[in-house]
Design a protein around this ligand. Structure first.
Ligand SMILES: Cc1ncc(COP(=O)(O)O)c(C=O)c1O
Ligand SMILES: [Zn+2]
Length: 447
């Protein structure tokens, strides 16, 4: 079996055919998310990446493992990927292709970074963001599993994730229910409708904490809809499709890998996917060292940074840590496999509510795509930072606005403020990384 899916708690998926969630989820305060792992390190294909990443990396996908276990051969799986990709192209004007990654010297200089800056551009990806990668992975699994075509899919989102879900769902001819807030952009709602998705408007209920759209989604799933979502705890398989982004990045920068990578965080699936993708490449010898992972949130809502601070405080009570951010991150990275950090992570996995709970106020920011009031995939994101010598960054509204302005002025990439919010993290650290090769992901197009 090249890949397996298992929860941190050790339990099996709730359903063997549709392995989206852990069978123990909701029964206790543990972290329950199905993590797909390769049975042994698998090297990336080699050479400059091109073409459809889901074809290029298909042998790493859990859907491929499941297909082979069901008696398919590789050619049949490849034909499925081609067929779904052609359907996506028919819906959205283009299918999945390796996205560009280019050095941006003018932007680096304008940001005050005295080293090189590489930007991976997802704005031309299916539906205008990286989100469709997550959903393509899930869609392939649904096809392999032979899920009846009239089984409804569900997602809570009013932005890029919903648009991506609607495109991919239409491509595989499956009905989609989207749970959106009352203030969702009329243009997005119209596009969802045009794609055949059913929108359900969810009002905030007094006294009920958390995102009302998420509550609507959960009810739909309890009623038999399948979680077609970009949140790992609701569907562990969604992380894997996002990993294609990291594998591409590793192959594109193979000659000179990054020292640091800045990644914006909302629900945390992107960060979880990038961290997992880099870690697999590292374990297979495709990456000589992990870039420091800096996960970026806004001052309006920073539940991941809050959780990571609590976790590091817990470690600091058991082990001497230096005060400077980078020195501390270096000590944590070198102690990562040791008993203190590992015990702290085991504690964190068993005490989710100590570390992650919904942000109190309804947050506002120009980077509205990263305002999730809970970082659903916080654990994998925090591990990705600790293991790599990175740390979280919380940026101001001014930095977010400036990041997008500089991105638009100094690159041809039509990125929106959410899409360039990782770059705001670079602005926060600019001047402290002389000579380093750093990377940012421009994840969403300005609509
Ligand atoms: C353009 C863009 N970038 C980044 C993110 C953050 O991704 P995640 O929610 O997986 O942390 C989002 C989420 O909506 C997004 O739309
Ligand atoms: Zn579990």
């Amino acid at each position: 079996m090249p890949s397996t899916l298992r929860c941190h708690c050790g339990a099996e998926p709730v359903d063997a055919v549709l392995p989206f969630t852990c069978s123990q989820r909701g029964k206790d305060d543990r972290e329950h998310v199905l993590v797909r792992s390769l049975s042994e390190p698998m090297a990336l294909p080699g050479g400059a990446p091109s073409g459809n990443p889901f074809l290029r990396y298909r042998r790493r996908l859990h859907a491929h493992t499941r297909a082979l276990a069901a008696g398919w051969d590789d050619a049949r799986f490849a034909a499925l990927v081609d067929r779904v990709d052609a359907a996506v192209a028919a819906v959205d004007g283009g299918g999945f292709r390796v996205t560009p990654c280019a050095e941006q010297p003018a932007l680096a200089a304008a940001c005050g970074h005295g080293g090189s800056l590489w930007v991976k551009d997802e704005t031309g990806n299916v539906s205008g963001s990286h989100k469709a990668r997550h959903l393509m992975g899930v869609a392939l699994h649904l096809e392999v599993a032979g899920v009846p075509r009239d089984t409804p899919l569900a997602i809570a989102s009013c932005g890029n994730a919903a648009l991506a879900a609607a495109v991919v769902a239409k491509a595989v001819q499956r009905p989609l229910q989207v749970f959106i807030p009352p203030d969702a952009s009329p243009a997005v709602v119209a596009r969802l409708e045009a794609l055949g998705a059913a929108s359900n408007v969810c009002e905030r209920q007094p006294g009920l904490p958390g995102d009302p759209c998420y509550h609507g989604f959960v009810e739909a799933v309890q009623g038999g809809a399948l979680p077609f979502t970009c949140q790992g705890p609701d569907n562990g398989l969604t992380i894997e499709g996002g990993q294609t982004l990291a594998w591409e990045l590793v192959e594109q920068l193979r000659a000179q890998p990054l020292d640091r990578l800045f990644v914006q965080v909302g629900g945390g699936a992107l960060a979880s996917a990038v961290a997992a993708g880099l870690q697999e490449a590292f374990e297979a010898g495709d990456l000589p060292q992990l870039p420091r992972l800096h996960l970026v949130q806004t001052q309006a809502a920073w539940p991941l940074a809050r959780a990571t601070l609590r976790l590091v405080d817990h470690i600091a009570q058991r082990m001497e840590l230096p005060t400077g951010f980078q020195d501390r991150a270096d000590v944590l990275a070198s102690a990562f496999d040791g008993p203190v950090v590992q015990d702290a992570l085991a504690w964190a996995r068993s005490a989710r509510s100590w570390l992650m709970w919904p942000w109190d106020d309804a947050p506002h920011s120009v980077a509205h795509g990263i305002l999730d009031d809970e970082t659903y995939d916080w654990y994998a994101a925090a591990v990705g930072m600790l293991r790599s010598g990175g740390w979280p960054l919380v940026v101001t509204e001014d930095q977010l606005i400036r990041a997008q302005r500089l991105a638009r002025a100094h690159t041809p990439i039509p990125v929106d403020p959410t899409g360039s919010s990782g770059l705001a993290g670079l602005l926060e650290l600019a001047g402290t990384m002389p000579g380093e090769r750093v990377g940012a992901l421009f994840t969403g197009v300005e609509r």
